[in-house]
Design a protein around this ligand. Structure first.
Ligand code: AMP
Length: 282
């Protein structure tokens, strides 16, 4: 049986554990999560262990990245289940702070990443990336890991984090890990648990539509046509609304540029559940 994984809940204990490893010459890879873990999260632990001697996973449902009408209260939480999965995946330490440890009374500072953080998700979820950038900055400064791993599933988030670590000179290597999918193509997500059986059957259409849009754009360079085709395909498949389906430059998330890597990104609603996904343009 896997050894019981220890959990620390304070920044002081986190620093003590990582500091002791550092003294022994052992480097740390950090994997920030909001819990309700699945194979996608565990693949990030695997990436961290390829790059570093010790893997530390953080589990914190960050209230600052949820809007007032979003799902903070009902976001799935299962610390014991997460702890078992992480132990089996070879995690060395779990950091699961209370909200008051991260944002003690009097806390005011925010980190925002204009432009990159204002488009796409930032447009539909105002304040979201300020919440993400703030908590990730704090986690990186708390742990001071050599490496931190983030999923391409949240592609814009990955770019925002790359930008902020460069801009703030945070000495960490940011590693992006490929999206782990169900057999039918649906990107794994903690929020997939919200889907009814009927919605779950429709959900893989999101990946199919963006993959086909990426192929069409690669073939003829016509972004508008590929985007319009994908949006109407999603509505026909049973999605209630499409926030965006768009071809973007993979680094700046602005308009695609000839000869540079591009990405198709989408967000769409199945009933009351909002799904996001993205794929590279081949
Ligand atoms: P979350 O707990 O949803 O905030 O995600 C924590 C980390 O796991 C983020 O870096 C996500 O991009 C990553 N992640 C979530 N789903 C997947 C997936 N299906 N494949 C790879 N990484 C993922």
């Amino acid at each position: 049986m896997a050894e019981k994984l220890s959990i620390v809940r304070t920044v002081a204990e986190l620093r003590e554990r990582i500091g002791a490893w550092r003294k022994r010459g052992l480097g740390t890879g950090l994997v920030p999560t909001m819990g309700a873990l699945h194979q996608g999260h565990l693949s990030l632990v695997g990436e961290a262990l390829k790059k570093a001697d010790r893997a530390v996973v953080t589990l914190f449902v960050n209230p600052r990245q949820f809007g007032p009408k979003e799902d903070f209260a009902r976001y799935p939480r299962d610390e014991e289940g997460d702890r078992r999965l992480l132990a089996a995946a070879g995690t060395h330490l779990l950091f699961a702070p209370e909200v008051a440890e991260m944002y003690p009374s009097g806390y005011v500072t925010q980190v925002s990443v204009p432009q990159l953080g204002d488009v796409l998700e930032g447009e539909f979820r105002p304040g979201f990336f300020t919440g993400v950038a703030t908590v990730v900055t704090k986690l990186l400064l708390q742990a001071l890991p050599e490496v931190a791993v983030f999923g391409e599933k949240d592609f814009q988030q990955l770019q925002v984090i790359r930008r902020l670590t460069r801009d703030l000179d945070i000495p960490v290597e940011i590693v992006g890990a490929p999206t782990v999918r169900e057999a039918d193509g649906l990107a794994m997500s903690s929020r997939n648990a919200y889907l009814s059986a009927a919605e779950r059957a429709i959900a893989p259409a999101l990946h199919r539509a963006i993959a086909e849009a990426a192929r069409r754009f690669a073939a003829d360079g016509a972004a508008d046509a590929a985007e319009a085709w994908a949006a109407s395909t999603l509505l026909d498949a049973g999605f209630r609304a499409v926030d965006y389906v768009t071809v973007r430059d993979a680094a700046s998330l602005g308009s695609p540029e000839r000869g540079k890597p591009a990405r198709v990104l989408a967000a769409a609603w199945l009933g009351t559940t909002r799904l996001i996904d993205n794929v590279p343009v081949p």
